[in-house]
Design a protein around this ligand. Structure first.
Ligand SMILES: Cc1cc2nc3c(=O)[nH]c(=O)nc-3n(C[C@H](O)[C@H](O)[C@H](O)COP(=O)(O)OP(=O)(O)OC[C@H]3O[C@@H](n4cnc5c(N)ncnc54)[C@H](O)[C@@H]3O)c2cc1C
Length: 416
């Protein structure tokens, strides 16, 4: 049986970042990826900020910079925000994952694709034994001092270690359209219960003439697919033409909420497995990679001290929460308010944002990783917005934005 210091389950951005950080610190790391190819199938719209590149994402995966967004209310009234410089990047998500896994392997980790974590066999001699099933049905075992669950929204590692995940999972569906009639520099966001109850719909030009179009919803009687069809119909009405059929659909889930503990005896969760996802957008690439760095710092010390107890590993929870939890809490709070808003309220909110001062503030402070920062700035500038968010003022006022020097919201550098 193979024996390693760390078994990382899942070669997504969070798992590969954790594997890289631990391997470069000298630990033996094995990564398991259930799919035959890292990064496939893609389950993501691939919109990220420069921070993903600051954290080690390869900038060559950028397909197109994005300079702004148009937000549509339920009745398709809209407000447009356009910046001079890139504010986000559309990436080749499969390539990002591949490069991050290659980086981990380059640092000394081993990667087994087509190998699935299938539960725990037990613990002995200071290690746990993980069951592994390969795509051809072969069974094997790996002994590890520490298991990292970076296995996404349905985390089998969390289940095996009995770590509770009381999070809301939003069904999401995305289609790749071969054409993109709108502005290639702008993403579009669609609000409203008729189109995307629970989060929003999106149209993201993919940098190759097509677009990634999707919705994420609160689970209910209607499928995410039927909401996507409705969004498509609304867009066809807007453009006055039928859109060509999409080449590919993806269906997945977005975890929103808080996992009480991301650490247990000999286990750590990271990324979607730990619901380290931005609650207002569902984006989790930056946050998962950042938390993987915190994970590696804690795990490195614990492995060296040979103390892999929940108590010692709990320092990881403290570390990542100290940087991101305030933002997550504010965003969860704003999300709850948005969920209560009826479609006419959302139309009024979109109309209220079409004010030169507020548009300017959104362009100046808009930050896809720290959206509560801009919400705070808007409320400061426009007390009339308070009628939409009556309770938000106190919540946003009382707390400072996350303070992480190199990652802090504010003026951003150009990546391309
Ligand atoms: C429709 C959609 C659009 C999105 N768009 C964006 C976006 O534009 N920007 C953004 O930042 N985020 C976006 N997200 C969220 C983003 O995709 C996730 O937050 C991110 O992928 C989380 O990374 P991760 O490494 O934690 O997990 P994942 O990327 O899910 O990686 C987990 C890996 O674990 C593997 N795995 C699972 N179980 C096992 C097992 N038992 N054994 C071995 N391997 C296993 C999986 O195959 C997978 O490769 C989107 C999500 C969805 C659903």
């Amino acid at each position: 049986m193979e024996s390693v210091d760390v078994l990382v389950v899942g070669a997504g951005p969070a798992g590969s970042t954790a594997a890289f950080e631990l391997a470069r610190r000298g630990h033996s790391v094995r990564m398991l990826e259930e799919h035959p190819e890292v990064g496939e199938p893609v389950q993501c719209a691939g919109l990220v900020s420069h921070r993903v590149f600051d954290l080690g994402g390869d900038p060559s995966v950028v397909r197109r910079p994005v300079r702004g967004a148009t937000v549509f209310g339920p009745s398709m009234n809209s407000v447009r925000f356009a910046a001079d410089a890139p504010r986000a990047f559309v990436i080749d998500r499969a390539a990002l994952d591949r490069r991050l896994a290659e980086r981990a392997v380059g640092a000394g980790a081993t990667l087994a694709t087509g190998e699935k974590f299938d539960g725990l066999e037990g613990a002995r001699n200071g290690s746990v034994t993980a069951r592994v099933v390969s795509s051809d049905g072969r069974r094997s075992e790996v002994s590890a001092r520490l298991v990292v669950g970076a296995d996404g929204v349905a985390s089998a590692v969390a289940r095996a270690f009995r770590l509770r995940r009381p999070v809301e999972i939003l069904p999401a569906v995305e289609a790749e359209f071969p054409e993109s009639p709108g502005d290639a520099d702008q993403v579009e966001v669609f609000l409203g219960r008729r189109i995307s109850p629970g989060l929003f719909g999106w149209w993201i030009p993919d940098g190759s003439g097509g677009a990634r179009v999707g919705v994420a919803i609160t689970p209910g009687p209607e499928t995410a697919r039927s909401f996507l069809d409705r969004l498509r119909a609304a867009l066809e009405r807007r453009w006055g033409k039928r859109l060509k059929e999409p080449s590919r659909f993806l269906v997945s889930g977005i975890p929103i909420g808080r996992v009480p503990r991301c650490a247990g005896d000999r286990v750590l969760l990271v990324g979607d497995a730990a619901a380290q996802v931005k609650p207002l957008s569902g984006g989790g690439i930056f946050t998962g990679m950042r938390c993987a760095q915190f994970l590696a710092e804690t795990a490195d010390g614990a492995l060296r001290a040979n103390d892999l107890s929940a108590g010692r590993l709990g320092a990881y929870d403290v570390a990542w929460r100290s940087e991101l939890e305030a933002e997550f809490d504010r965003a969860l709070y704003l999300r709850r308010i948005l969920l209560k808003m009826r479609d006419p309220d959302l139309d009024r909110l979109v109309a209220a944002l079409a004010n030169a001062e507020l548009q300017g503030a959104i362009v100046a402070f808009g930050d896809i990783d720290f959206p509560s920062h801009v919400a705070r700035q808007l409320l400061l500038r426009s007390p009339s917005l308070v009628r939409f968010f009556p309770m938000a003022l106190g919540a946003l006022w009382g707390s400072a934005p996350a303070t992480v020097p190199s990652l802090e919201p504010g003026p951003r550098r150009q990546t391309t």
